[in-house]
Every structure is written in C-alpha cells, then in structure tokens.
Write a protein that binds this ligand. Structure first.
Ligand SMILES: Cc1cc2nc3c(=O)[nH]c(=O)nc-3n(C[C@H](O)[C@H](O)[C@H](O)COP(=O)(O)OP(=O)(O)OC[C@H]3O[C@@H](n4cnc5c(N)ncnc54)[C@H](O)[C@@H]3O)c2cc1C
Length: 140
C-alpha cells in the first residue's frame, strides 16, 4: 500500500498485547514485555503514531478527523479500530469506588494502586474478577 499512515490512539503509547496484562497484574511481566511495536518500529515503517490523542469526531464532508485537543487531521481513508468498551453489569454496588473494568494497562495500574491501599486495617489482598458469568477470586 502506498500513502501516509497515521495512527491516532488515546492510550499514551503504541500497541501492546492485552492478553499479557493479567501477567503484568500478577507481577510476572512488566508492561515493556507486552509491547508489540515500539516507537522505533513506527518510525522505521513511516507510520505517524499520535499517542495520547482521542478522536472525538469525523467530519466526512471535509475528510477530517477531529481530535480532543482541537486538531483537524486530514484523511483519505479512515479506519475505525476502536476496540470494545467494557460494560459494568447493572448490579448493586458496581458504582462503588474500587470496582474497575480490566481492558487496558491503565486499569492494571489502578488495580495495583487500590490493592496497595489500606482496606480496613489490613492491605487489600483479594481481587475478584467477573468475566463471562464466572467469578474468580484470587487471594494470597
Ligand atoms: C486482560 C485481557 C485478556 C485477554 N485475553 C484474550 C485472549 O486470551 N484471547 C483473545 O482472543 N482475546 C483476549 N483479550 C481480548 C483482546 O485483547 C482484544 O480482543 C483485542 O485487544 C482487540 O483488539 P482491537 O485492536 O480490536 O482493540 P483494542 O486492542 O481495544 O484497541 C483499540 C484502541 O483504540 C483506542 N480508542 C478507542 N476509542 C478511541 C478514540 N475515540 N480515539 C482514539 N483512540 C481510541 C483504545 O483506547 C485502544 O487503545 C483479552 C483482553 C484483556 C484486556
């Protein structure tokens, strides 16, 4: 394919393997182990990575993507690859602080921060995962 490629991503880095995030959470891996393509790869392949930028609108008449910081980026062919947004089930308690969804490395950081916070008098050591109807408790 010929042409300029621009990737807009609202996470502050390039692509990474989300499947390995559980191992980052457990401490078996660090985020760097999950990175699929680093900044050099994007540069070597002539791909402009606009990380940490959210696309907030597409102006189809003018062929522009509007980013959250107010920029208008021209395009010929837009590709929407926004993944999925996790939904919290409508259960009592889900709006409480400490209930997080698990989709991005930022969620791992949030869970690790919360696990380090004092919970009553002892540190929180239990994480409960709800996935596809199964609830898994992981405790140390
Ligand atoms: C912990 C975990 C374990 C998993 N395990 C497996 C597994 O074993 N097997 C399997 O098949 N799948 C697994 N998955 C799912 C798999 O990772 C996803 O299906 C896959 O990442 C989807 O890829 P994608 O490119 O479609 O979207 P994503 O990887 O979600 O990428 C989409 C990107 O677009 C960004 N974005 C969204 N909206 C905007 C916007 N408006 N502007 C700018 N950027 C935006 C998002 O922030 C994200 O960075 C797992 C996921 C997680 C979180």
């Amino acid at each position: 394919m010929r042409g300029e490629l621009v990737v807009i991503g609202n996470e502050p880095h390039g692509n990474y393997n989300r499947i390995l995030l559980s191992q980052v959470l457990s401490g078996e891996k660090v985020f760097a182990d999950t990175v699929l393509n680093d900044a050099d790869w994007y540069a070597e392949h002539g791909i402009a990575l606009l990380a940490g930028r959210k696309a907030v609108a597409i102006n189809r008449a003018r062929h522009r993507v509007v980013t959250g910081d107010g920029n208008l980026l021209p395009y010929d062919r837009p590709v929407l690859a926004t993944g999925a947004k996790p939904l919290l089930p409508t259960l009592p308690g889900t709006p409480l602080k400490g209930i997080v969804t698990f989709c991005a490395v930022a969620d791992v950081d949030t869970m690790l921060e919360r696990a380090a916070l004092p919970f009553h008098r002892s540190a929180c050591r239990t994480l409960a995962f709800k996935n596809d109807g199964a609830v898994v408790l992981s405790a140390q």
